[in-house]
Ligand binder design. Structure first.
Ligand code: PMP
Length: 400
């Protein structure tokens, strides 16, 4: 038998299966999952069936053909209009369409990180971003957050330390609005401060923004990219939550030279993002479907966010604390005295509830007391019942 392990590159040996994927394997029908990060399928636009048929019937010669690596120009033009509402300006050659933002994270890592370079992130941060970056062997420096987001004094300290250690900082990765996993949004003052520090130390910022479309209660927070007077923000967003994740279309806006390098890397990875999916996204934008659906999706998610916060207040013992997100898809809960990764098998098998243990969202996997709870996928009833079950699992664990 061929020995596969010896075939693997050093880089591959550092890869690790996502805890979420491992967890999903065990979740049977009787388990309420607060673990995934999935949209509510009732938010998928009904119009997609017509759009897909029309696109294939009338645009088939382009929509079913190979396309440019950078993406379909008409989609870029629609995105330029779409982003203008958020104060983001871009030309076509400052945009590349990607296979979801996940690909964008990998491509940015691929073209910038050499082993040992510093990448700064929020602590905790999106675990699949860590997964993408770690393949390129950076030294990831996590910066603590409080209720206003990344703490700027700690960021500046870390930047100074990297510089004095002679380590090159390649970028600061942030999810400033309704962060995954904590649900925290960076305050406006912090956003300004972050832009000032980036300017002072000449740093690139990678802004990952899948969730700003789901700010509730009429709250609005501008993206960093709209405050980017020196063109040092690489901005990424995605149709995953505003159309559907299955279409796998995201986009990146940034410095044109960086975009050219990203395109070069992408060419080797997948030639281009599915043209069919790009044309579907283009038509969804053109027909105003996203704009029309967003208020309804916001309302659905707000009701679910409120249900989760209410259920937490109703059921959780006093050792548990949690964030109160102004939007997005997640609440982050912490329990003094419980190792959430150890509690998970019991929670799933005995209490029939699943969540994502917090450990894997920390660059050094050194915090064990937190967990990510998703409120968009389960129904309101399931949220109440799921949190009730989780509270019982926690009480049980606290007694040990
Ligand atoms: N970034 C963040 C912060 C996310 O939460 C997600 C999806 N869970 C992604 C990127 C990737 O999304 P997609 O590839 O579906 O666009």
């Amino acid at each position: 038998m061929m020995e596969v392990k010896s075939l693997l590159s050093e880089r591959t040996q550092f890869m690790k299966a996502s805890d979420i994927r491992e967890l999903l394997k065990w979740v049977t029908e009787d388990v309420i999952s607060l673990g995934g990060g999935m949209p509510d399928p009732s938010t998928f636009p009904k119009e997609l069936a017509d759009i897909a048929r029309d696109v294939i019937a009338t645009k088939g010669s382009s929509a079913l053909q190979y396309g440019k690596t950078e993406g379909v120009d008409e989609l870029k033009d629609e995105l330029i209009r779409f982003m203008a509402k958020d104060g983001i300006k871009a030309d076509r050659d400052e945009i590349i369409i990607t296979t979801g933002s996940q690909e964008a994270l990998d491509l940015v890592g691929r073209i910038t990180i050499d082993a040992g370079n510093v990448v700064i992130t929020e602590r905790p941060t999106y675990l699949a971003a860590l997964q993408a970056f770690k393949a390129y062997r950076p030294n990831i420096v996590g910066i603590d957050m409080d209720s206003e987001g990344m703490v700027m004094d700690k960021l500046e300290e870390a930047v100074k330390k990297s510089i004095s250690d002679g380590r090159r900082i390649k970028f600061i990765y942030v999810i400033p609005t309704c962060q995954n996993p904590t649900g925290i949004s960076m305050s406006i003052d912090r956003r300004k401060h972050l832009m000032e520090l980036a300017s002072k130390y000449d740093l690139l910022i990678v802004e990952d923004n899948p969730y700003s479309y789901f700010l509730f209660d009429g709250i609005y927070v501008p993206p960093l990219k709209s405050m980017d007077y020196e063109n040092r923000v690489v901005y990424m967003s995605t149709f995953s939550k505003i159309i559907a994740p299955g279409i796998r279309v995201g986009w990146v806006v940034g410095n044109r030279e960086l975009i050219r390098w990203i395109a070069m890397a992408k060419q080797a990875v997948d030639l281009h993002t599915s043209t069919l999916s790009q044309y579907i996204a283009l038509e969804a934008l053109r027909r105003g479907i996203i704009e029309r659906n967003l208020p309804r999706i916001r309302e659905v998610y707000k009701v679910k966010r409120d249900a989760m916060l209410d259920a937490l207040a109703k059921y959780m013992p006093e050792q548990v604390t949690w964030t109160r997100p102004i939007g997005g898809m997640f609440v982050w809960a912490s329990v003094n005295g419980v190792r959430t990764e150890d509690m998970l098998p019991v929670a799933v098998s005995k209490y029939k509830v699943a969540y994502v243990p917090g450990k894997s969202f920390y660059p050094a996997e050194d915090v064990h007391t937190s967990m990510r709870l998703n409120f968009t996928y389960p129904s309101v009833d399931m949220i109440y019942e799921g949190i009730r079950r989780l509270s019982n699992a926690i009480r049980d664990e606290l007694k040990r």
